[in-house]
Design a binder for this molecule. Sequence first.
Ligand code: NDP
Length: 264
Amino acid sequence: MKKIFSIFGDPVSHSRSPLMHNSVFKHLNYNACYTRTHLQNGDELKKTFFDLKLSGANVTVPHKEAAFKACDEVRGFAKKIGVVNTLVNENGKLIGYNTDADGFMYAISEFGSIKNILVLGAGGTAKALVSRFLEDGLSVTVLNRSEKRLPYFKELHCTSYTWDNFILSKYDLVVNTTSAGLKDENLPAPDAIIDKILNNSNYVADAIYGKMTPFLKLAREKNLIYKDGADMLLGQGVLANELFVNFELNKEDIKKEMQNSFRL
Ligand code: NDP
């Protein structure tokens, strides 16, 4: 029987997930299709999931916390951060996972050895990535525009700075998790700070995808190895798809078909 998957979000029309997953299902002959579901009320997630007879789903803004609450069981890293982006129907039970942070780890696995990371920004994405980095025993510093979101990271024993008190160090990787550069041409911190950081970093990653941010442009000018957020998007998608197909497809094949969908 054909399996049906979907993504829940508000808004959801911009999501690339249907293209990514349908490309895998179609080209690897897996009998399934993936749709979009515009959901405004996160409390209706579980009922809608079962009403639509879904085998699995992804969840995007703003329902990732609601998805965590809706699950009968949450597995792995999602349990730690209380945020679910992937749902699987396991014999009528709703099982939740988080593939965002692992997707990012997958994306940076092509980089060389990474021990010290500087995270720019302190929002939801930063929280997930920092918790994941700490799980791997990596050393993490957070730099944010303002102080208000930093206590969370201080509790995790990360070195945390605002632009005003930042002390430079050497970093293997610097990651932009701010939305600077998404809809504007801003750098994630003042020019002088970013310049110094990039002169002391080996690898650069941006969570933003679909455009070359000023931050990545600068990394390119300095001949650093960099990645935009497309690989993070790809990484979370590959890991979610493996859960959807219960590991019946080859991971490299999934990755290849999802990558192809980015050209559509
Ligand atoms: P949040 O709203 O939770 O956090 C935004 C962060 O960016 C805050 O720390 C904020 O600082 C900072 N910020 C915003 N504007 C600026 C600016 N002009 N200069 C410096 N800092 C700024 O956002 P999310 O964590 O949910 O998302 C962040 C980015 O990650 C988005 O661009 C999103 O598109 C992208 N993303 C990509 C994914 C992927 O798969 N590639 C997955 C998830 C997110 P302050 O605390 O001072 O307000």
